[in-house]
Design a protein around this ligand. Structure first.
Ligand code: SF4
Length: 279
């Protein structure tokens, strides 16, 4: 991948695109720029009052854009329990400042017993904590989603891009709509998948999702060889990150499209220069 663009050029381009959309809402430290109100999880995130809880790194998808080193296996790696233990210890240390927990992976639905145990422990230590789950949606059937709902989890975020916007995952999004207060679709803005995303927006509007979260595509050692396009560097020294050039531009093109179509859900530009994660 070539890195010929500068961060200042990209930012100038984004500012110009933002100027063409009246009424945008700028949140917190501007890590989120949206067309309307945000879900509770995003609100908590803009206040930096959350913790990301990675249940494990096993995943049943293999996304070309995945910036994590995930693995595909029938059973979870035993060593992951030490990582969960460390996260629980971190939670207990920080719980006074936390309003919410983002349950991530790998694929969290492959870790339901572990998820139940960790969520129960955290709920006991801090009642009222807000939990949200990221999923690729492959296993989001009645049984798996029912476990999340019965645990008191209020929000599910679907990465439809993991299955290239498949019909089956869309059906699972609709199933979740009937079970959870907040249903979000959160995908990386990957220009290669733009048409697929645009193609299902009408259906997402019919289903009635609350928010479409578009993440700037983070480039790491794990995905740099699989991604198509050029990159750019953001920040310096230990704050240095790399992103796919054109990813954030796509976010504003999709935002514009949703506004023109008068879709009811909020579209959010999740600017990973200040922040970034993907299930
Ligand atoms: S992006 Fe998410 S769904 Fe895709 S491989 Fe990575 S962890 Fe799995």
């Amino acid at each position: 991948m070539e890195f010929n663009h500068t961060e200042s050029d990209v930012m100038e381009e984004i500012k110009q695109l933002q100027a063409t959309i009246p009424g945008l809402c700028y949140h917190g430290t501007h890590q989120a720029v949206s067309t309307g109100s945000l879900t509770p999880s995003c609100e908590i995130c803009t206040r930096m009052a959350y913790m990301s809880f990675q249940l494990g790194f096993r995943c049943n998808a293999k996304c070309p854009f995945c910036f994590l080193s995930t693995y595909n296996a029938d059973a979870p790696d035993e060593d992951e329990k030490y990582n969960r233990q460390a996260l629980l210890e971190e939670f207990h240390r920080r719980k006074d400042e936390l309003e919410g927990i983002a349950l991530t992976g790998g694929e969290p639905l492959l870790y339901l017993p572990e998820l139940e145990a960790c969520v129960s422990e955290m709920q006991k230590a801090k009642p009222g904590l807000y939990f949200w789950v990221y999923t690729n949606g492959i296993l989001a059937d009645d049984e798996h989603l029912g476990v999340l709902r019965d645990l008191g989890i209020k929000e599910v975020r679907f990465n439809l891009a993991a299955t290239n916007y498949s019909e089956k995952t869309l059906e699972n999004v609709e199933r979740a709509r009937g079970m959870f207060e907040q249903v979000v679709v959160e995908v990386p803005s990957y220009p290669k998948q733009k048409e697929k995303l645009i193609g299902c927006l009408g259906e997402l509007n019919r289903i009635g999702i609350d928010q479409l979260n578009l993440q700037e595509l983070l480039v790491t050692d794990a995905n740099v060889h699989r991604l198509e396009g050029e990159g750019y560097q953001s920040g310096l020294l230990f704050l240095k990150k790399f992103f796919l050039y054109g990813s954030r531009k796509m976010t504003y093109e999709v935002m514009r499209y949703c506004i023109d179509k008068k879709y009811s859900f909020t579209v959010n530009d999740c600017s990973a220069a200040r922040f970034g994660r993907m299930p």
